[in-house]
Write a protein that binds this ligand. Structure first.
Ligand SMILES: Nc1ncnc2c1ncn2[C@@H]1O[C@H](COP(=O)(O)OP(=O)(O)OP(=O)(O)O)[C@@H](O)[C@H]1O
Ligand SMILES: [Mg+2]
Length: 320
């Protein structure tokens, strides 16, 4: 029998009166994943994580953590740790004492792990300072240290890097990568794709409570499609040549300079560059141009307003 997945969410819904904050979410996080739960403000990320941690009751649907329902038994939370929004601490107590209090709640050998947890998150040197004097990034890291006291196999983090400066974001990524390297499964939410794209192997993109895409980042990038950028000595002439060329499509002049097009094959691109030269139009730049994940995220989360651009939300339907 295969072990149950760290997180299995099926048909999860949460409504507040008329407002549907989380709408029929299915999610599977496999052991070893660093899973990004991505969406803009108000997409329902925190609400989903609250339900996963058993902090609020779903309106419908189910959550299973390693096969157990956190609504039914606190046992489901054995080996699971994390925080939503921001971790809370006593500001007038130092970092170490705050962790002592968490350890007392957790019981077991949590206390013995405090020194190591502070070390892992890089806060040993500030452990004796009051938490009220910590920076935002230090508080986030102390929150992770508090989570580590439970020896989690699964860590759920709500926007751990939001509000951090670029250096703090990099440290947070390194920390999460390090924890993942030690065998921990991690689900983290974010509203920035760039923040998680190097870190996460799989993502779900949520929009208005619904999952618009779920799968690997590599697949998402592949489906985003690629095109080419061309700058020439005469872009208007180049457009005419490109439009007449077999295997070249979607030719568009860019407002800034140059044009973009899609190609059926690399040989079609080669043939185009030859045709351009023959027409006396010289290519100054010809390069593949991958849709950035931010572009895609924007298109996925803007939904119906995406206009004439390719509809990745439709294109991706088969991928989930
Ligand atoms: N307790 C509540 N009562 C009423 N509405 C709520 C409650 N909690 C969340 N909501 C609503 O549910 C929607 C989703 O909120 P949620 O906090 O889950 O979004 P989020 O994706 O975490 O956003 P952010 O990126 O801003 O943290 C929002 O419209 C919010 O106003
Ligand atoms: Mg939130």
């Amino acid at each position: 029998m295969t072990a149950p997945a760290p997180i299995e969410v099926r048909g999860l819904c949460k409504s507040y009166g008329e407002l549907v904050a989380v709408d029929d979410v299915d999610l599977t996080v496999e052991a070893g994943d660093v899973f990004g739960y991505l969406g803009p403000n108000g997409a329902g990320k925190t609400t989903s994580l609250r339900m996963m941690l058993g902090l609020i009751v779903p309106s419908a649907g189910s959550v299973r953590l390693f096969g157990r329902d956190p609504q039914v038994s606190v046992k489901a939370l054995a080996g699971v740790a994390g925080f939503v929004e921001a971790p809370s601490f006593y500001p007038y107590l130092n970092g170490r004492t705050n962790l002592d209090l968490f350890a007392a709640l957790d019981g077991g050998d949590a206390r013995e792990r405090i020194v190591e947890a502070l070390e892992i998150v890089g806060l040993s040197h500030r452990a004796k300072d009051k938490v009220g004097t910590y920076s935002h990034g230090m508080r986030q890291r102390l929150g992770i240290a508090a989570s580590l006291l439970r020896r989690p196999r699964l860590l759920l983090l709500d926007e751990p890097a939001t509000g951090l400066d670029p250096g703090g974001m990099r440290d947070m990524r390194d920390l999460i990568r390090n924890l993942s390297g030690q065998g921990m499964t991690v689900l983290l939410s974010s509203h920035l794709l760039t923040e998680v794209e190097e870190l996460c192997n799989r993502v779900a993109i949520v929009r208005e409570g619904r999952v618009a895409y779920q799968g690997s980042l590599a697949e998402l990038r592949r489906q985003a499609g690629s095109g080419y950028l061309l700058r020439t000595t005469d872009d208007e002439r180049a457009r005419q040549v490109a439009e007449a060329q077999a295997g070249i499509g979607e030719v568009q002049i860019r407002a800034e300079s140059g044009l973009t097009f899609s190609a059926e094959s690399e040989s079609a691109v080669g043939a185009l560059s030859l045709a351009l030269a023959e027409s006396g139009t010289l290519a100054l730049e010809l390069s593949p141009r991958h849709a950035t994940l931010e572009d895609l995220f924007f298109r996925l989360t803007e939904g119906e307003e995406a206009g004439a651009a390719p509809r990745p939300d439709r294109a991706l339907e088969g991928a989930t």
